[in-house]
Design a protein around this ligand. Structure first.
Ligand code: HAM
Length: 421
């Protein structure tokens, strides 16, 4: 037997309605916030992620699914959605469109990580990207879009954590201060952090090792070192959220795992799904479009991990809307009656009524049993008598009552009676 690759998960027919519900919440959020869909390829030239996500990140260094195609090009399965959308924005000349350009995606993403609850090698993201707006209002709108999506999905108890990691100018100043603080303490830090020290010291703040966390607890905070513009921007983002009752905490250790961020970064975190509690993460990336060859364009976005969201919804007992059940099952006594049932079913479906017929050559009794298992609201059994008279009893499966209806009137009856039509 061949098993699915480690870190991947099938979505089974009996579970897919939950996914569809989550995707409906995403699309509805996108509709409300005026976000239009972008679909980009599952694989891109590797260089896009090296330059886009950043060569010093764990994602690029350790986690990418990179391979040579038969033409000898290095390609990579997308580890996240932003870089591809930015590439598409530039390649398709979208900077000449009226700004802001607001887009969303629902995409699989691939990271070679150690699988655990909420961490897979193939996972899915609902993400949004807003190009062209440098205002703090854009940051607030993107955060509200994330919060709207999470609320729509029905989850509670996620907290919003917010930080500003400044612009290249104030961050360079901060990096100096941070390194001065960390240098004499490096011996007590993990090997990952020691190697981050030169390449990307900010990432040290994100380390999950207890020893490293203790040391960085006393480190200077970037929010205390922002330049005037970055400080004013961050203050306005906070005030736009507070005034509207959106609760948040400033967490100076949120630096995010990808290199492109500037200024506002944020995460929605839950304590109810274990170690991988970040359901949604995002931030501003004002330099990325330019660094990938486009015109200088400020941008901001987020992505929510759909497997983590589903886990949280299941763990906290969110009720999903019922999946569609057949409105009616048309049973048939024998080959001739089944042929009539088949035609009736086709015409019902053509009129928008979900229905089922026997494909297993079962007895009528077994067909009733199966219809019950499917959760059909009504069953109509066609036998010789029904063919002769042109009338059939439609049985209501929930209360056992039945009503005699003309064969040609089944559709009308279902439409009148069927809540699921
Ligand atoms: P990220 O924080 O790397 O950001 O990923 C966003 C979300 O994807 C995470 O919060 C998490 O819910 C989910 N996720 C990440 N890795 C895994 C995994 N291995 N298994 C399951 N879920 C996972 C980004 O990807 C940015 N592109 C977000 C963004 C958009 N920033 C600006 N625009």
């Amino acid at each position: 037997m061949i098993n699915a690759p480690k870190g991947t998960k099938d979505v089974l027919p009996a579970q897919s309605y939950k996914w569809q519900y989550i995707e409906d919440c995403a699309r509805e959020t996108a509709r409300l916030f005026g976000l239009k869909e972008t679909r980009t390829p599952v694989f891109e030239h590797t260089e896009l992620f090296l330059r886009g996500v950043g060569e010093t990140t764990d994602v690029v260094n350790k986690e990418m699914y990179t391979f040579e195609d038969k033409g000898g090009r290095s390609v990579t399965l997308k580890p996240e959605g932003t870089a591809g959308v930015v590439r598409s924005f530039i390649e398709n000349g979208m900077s000449s469109l009226p700004m802001p350009v607001k887009t969303f995606y629902i995409t699989p993403a691939f990271r070679y990580e150690r699988p655990q609850a909420g961490r897979l090698r193939e996972f899915h993201q609902f993400g949004i990207e807003v190009f062209g707006a440098k205002s703090a209002d854009a940051d607030a709108e993107v955060i509200f879009a994330a919060s709207t999506f999470l609320k729509k999905s029905g989850i509670k108890n996620v907290r919003l954590e917010l930080n500003s990691i400044g612009c290249p100018d104030c961050r360079a100043e901060y990096n100096k201060k941070l390194k001065d603080f960390l240098r004499p303490r490096l011996d007590g830090m993990c090997s990952d952090c020691r190697s981050r020290f030169d390449k990307n010291p900010l990432r040290i703040l994100d380390c999950k090792e207890e020893g490293c966390k203790k040391i960085t607890a006393g480190a200077p905070k970037i929010v205390d070192c922002l330049c005037d513009d970055c400080r004013a921007h961050f203050a306005r983002v906070q005030s736009l959220l507070s005034v509207r009752g959106e609760k948040f905490e400033v967490n100076p250790n949120i630096v995010r795992g990808l290199d492109y961020y500037t200024r506002t970064v944020f995460e929605f975190v839950s304590d109810e799904i274990g170690a991988q509690g970040t359901v949604c993460g995002g931030g501003r990336y004002d330099g990325l479009v330019e660094s990938l060859g486009g015109a200088p364009t400020p941008a901001i976005g987020f992505a929510a991990g759909l497997e983590r969201l589903l886990l949280l919804m299941e763990n906290t007992g969110v009720t999903f809307p019922e999946e569609q059940k057949p409105v009616i099952y048309i049973a048939g006594l024998d080959e001739k009656c089944r042929a009539v049932a088949f035609d009736i079913a086709l015409s019902l479906r053509a009129n928008g009524v979900p229905c089922e017929v026997d494909l297993m050559e079962r007895s009528v009794k077994a067909q009733f049993k199966y219809a019950d298992k499917l959760g059909a609201q009504f069953v109509a059994a066609i036998g010789g008598n029904e063919l002769e008279t042109g009338f059939v009893d439609i049985k209501n499966m929930s209360d056992g009552t039945s009503e005699r209806v003309n064969l040609s009137g089944i559709c009308e009856y279902c439409k009148k009676a069927g809540a699921g039509v």
